[in-house]
Design a protein around this ligand. Sequence first.
Ligand code: PLP
Length: 387
Amino acid sequence: MHRHLLFIPGPVTVAQPVLEAMAKPMIDHRGPEFAELLGRIEDGLRPIFGTNGDVVILGCSGTGGLEAAVSSAFSPGQRVLIAPVGVFGKRLANIARTYGLEVELLDTPYGSAVDPAALAARLKSDAAHAIDGILLTHNETSTGVQNDMAALAGAVGRHPATTVVDSVSGLGASAFEMDAWGFDIVVAASQKALAVPPGIAMVAVSKRGWERIAQAKSPRFYLDLARAHEFSPQGQTPWTPPVSIAFALDVGIRRYHAEGAPAVYARHERYARAIRAAAGALGLELFSQPGAHSVTVVALRLPESLSADQIRRALREDCGVIIGGGQQDLKGKILRIGTMGALSQTDILGAIGALEIVLLQQGYQLQVGSAVRAALQVFLEPSAARV
Ligand code: PLP
């Protein structure tokens, strides 16, 4: 029987101690033990967001966190500028439309990151401050693109719009400085770089973010950030939380800090670089443009002679390697390989070797061992810490 390893960009392979944490008996979610647990989670998350402000947890996936941000921070009819770089940015726009917001898109071709100059120019032309919200994606999982959030923060500058960042597939994998960059609301999810099962969205809110939330009039109930904020000082959530996922998140955060943020960043960057090097050796183009590469997911363009479905099926059924395909317009055109989760260098090398085997079986010409060798060379660089 194969051991299945997840190389999709979330949910990710979860380490055994994190899985075991979920087998603990239930506790009273209004009692002291949960209050301590919640306090530890919030304290542990703050440095990962780069904030001294508040972090609340919600019992939902990342999309719920984004819906909470949009519905809690805006009122129907308000205008938001959204800069999508893929499917998830477009979903954010759909959430905003669902809540009656007037959506303006700052378009970027798929594969590229948002051009900070384009964002700055659009905001400069908004002298009357008609734009109430700026909604950005840190890491776009559908295209393997990562935005330069420091540069985008600079582009926003002093524009007074409420800023919301989808960092669902970014947070934790590279440096994020919410306070220094001046973002109001940042959304993340448990099943990505923190390598915990899905079920908790984590939302960090600035002081100004809470002020905006207090004024917002969109209808909301379960996903009301203000309510979560009200309960957090008592060590509680407004509704019954996913207690087992909270146990797992607590352990996941502890493991994250034990490894140390710089080592975690280096690991994701190194794995992504190894996969990109392997793609180069195979003659497969990257979907993301130079300078826009994500550290959590690598998107590879497929030549028309190859079938994404067949490759993914053979990898899954014959090799126990689960990778992602393209979504919506990119279906059949790209493969996506994630770097997040409890994966070792050996796992990455194994997945690349499996990809070589499957490509050869599908009649693709390649030099046997070339992709594994290219990845191995990345791992053998003197500065590369071992995992
Ligand atoms: N935003 C981004 C960038 C994502 O990658 C994802 C999921 O992959 C989401 C939002 C949606 O999160 P979820 O699937 O947890 O609802």
